[in-house]
Design a protein around this ligand. Structure first.
Ligand code: FPP
Length: 262
């Protein structure tokens, strides 16, 4: 087992998120992370507003969740709002918060029907109180679902996550309840917001940008990266399938020799 504590188990691979029915091949990534980038450029090319772009991005998320089910992906983590996104114009931030609320209301029944467990990673304290309440309520309503996990990264930043984990460990050490010599990678990972989740196997970033932008910095130590020029609102099942196919051809060595794992 790698970092992050015991992985949560679903009730099985294919068909839990979406319509199901397709076979799950060996080597399908268990945990896929996506930076949903390119909404603004997509809108600009169509003379639409950035909000229209984000709304189209929301539709792409829905399609991707369904496609994950068909491929047997157990965990999907999506970067919906970063700790840096507050720097955007007020109107855009407000629109994103409204879209989030709309998403919670629209997707609620679907998540429950598909047995999906919703999880949030990030620092939700800064989100509007109503949105936070509805989000908490949906997380709770899906908490006993036994299927795949949809993890929303909201007001998330990898460096802040690592700093806060370090601060908590330091506080425990100062209180005398933790011996600093016992801090290893597993102990550290248990303090992260993703505690209990396995690390992502595959990171997808659309829109042609090739960086990780403060996303899951600790967790992505051995994640395979996959980039595409396709803008997020145009992303569909065919792109996810291609990413998974390419992933299956990768030789993951974790610092070892070719052909070895772990
Ligand atoms: C980056 O594209 C995207 C975001 C900052 C927001 C992602 C949000 C969604 C896809 C909306 C729906 C999701 C939920 C869960 C409500 P960008 O705006 O930086 O694009 P650009 O680089 O082309 O300007």
């Amino acid at each position: 087992m790698r970092l992050g504590g015991p992985p949560p188990r679903g009730t099985g691979p294919a068909g839990l998120w979406g319509k199901g029915g397709s076979a799950t091949g060996a080597g399908v990534p268990r945990h896929v992370a996506i930076i949903m980038d390119g909404n603004g450029r997509w809108a600009k090319r169509r003379n639409l507003s950035r909000t229209d772009g984000h709304r189209a991005g929301m539709e792409a998320l829905r399609r991707t969740v369904e496609a994950c089910g068909d491929l047997g992906i157990e965990i999907l983590t999506v970067y919906a709002f970063s700790t840096e996104n507050w720097k955007r114009p007020r109107d855009e931030v407000d629109a994103l918060m409204e879209l989030l609320q709309e998403w919670i209301r629209k997707e609620r029944d679907e998540l429950i029907r598909r047995n999906i467990r919703l999880k949030v990673v990030g620092f939700p304290g800064r989100l509007p109180p109503d949105t936070r309440r509805e989000l908490d309520e949906l997380v709770e309503a899906t908490s006993s679902n036994t299927g795949p996990i949809l993890c929303l990264a909201l007001n998330y930043g990898g460096r802040r996550e690592i700093c806060e984990a370090a601060r908590r460990l330091a506080a425990k050490a100062a209180e005398g309840v933790l011996d600093p010599d016992t801090i290893d990678e597993e102990v550290f990972a248990r303090e992260l917001l993703t505690a209990g989740l396995p690390d992502p196997d595959l990171l997808i970033r659309p829109s042609g940008e090739m960086r990780v932008s403060n996303f899951l910095l600790w967790q992505m130590a051995y994640t395979e990266l996959w980039f595409t020029p396709v803008l997020w609102p145009d992303f569909g099942p065919e792109h996810l399938r291609q990413a998974v196919e390419d992933f299956r051809r990768r030789d993951r060595r974790y610092g070892g020799l070719p052909g070895e794992e772990s």
